[in-house]
Design a protein around this ligand. Sequence first.
Ligand code: 6PG
Length: 253
Amino acid sequence: MAQNLHIFKNPLELATQFAGHLMNWIGNHTGNVFNLAISGGKTPDLLFSVLAEKYADSAPWQKIHFWWVDERMVAPDHPESNFGVARKLLFSQISIPEENIHRIKGENVPETEALSYSAQIRESLISRNGWPAFNLILLGMGDDGHTASIFPNQMELLQSERICEVATHPSTGQKRITLTGNVINNAGQVCFLVTGTNKANRLTEIFTRQETAKLLPASHILPRNGNLNWYMDKSAAQFINSESWRDLESHSD
Ligand code: 6PG
């Protein structure tokens, strides 16, 4: 597994550069389908806007299949719906076949939808190491070190034998569906997009390999056969010096 670190001066620079890297990966992908799983939260909003603004007419949208890393179990028009935000900022601005958008149906019963979405993924993606293989998975990280909807008090979801699981937000109790750690670590490429000062301490814990990092789900994302790319802005990376990134190629853009 190769790990790369990319540090940018601000979130817009990060989103702009990452969008270009994403388009390159998709353009260089020889297959006629690129299965991309995206996360929710606020960080991807800028990326969606940059993709809509700069690539609406040039990206091979017919080749890109959008899946979700996780979803809040709310209706698609609910302000907290990860699908709803992506539809507003990106899908409503581009011409992409409806069948390329594989949303998690937040309005359904969580357990039923977890099984249904798992089956859709299994039927649609190639299998590698006995797990479905996404071409690229885009992750965020919470200031508690969670990623996807795998929270520190639900670390068992990292090793689940299921493709998707129902998770519960530790403070709001909100039900979510999430890809499990085995699926995330089976992707060809995993990219973390992490911005903001509130993430700096956790990132330092992870990258200076502190003992406490083992309690953070994000530190267990180590794709077996793929590459792990960290995209951070300077605020999130403020306590990290390049010397501490052992066995990592670091690029400061
Ligand atoms: C979600 C995300 C979640 C997110 C982190 C970071 O549905 O909330 O998938 O894992 O990536 O919480 O969120 P921010 O980008 O808002 O900091």
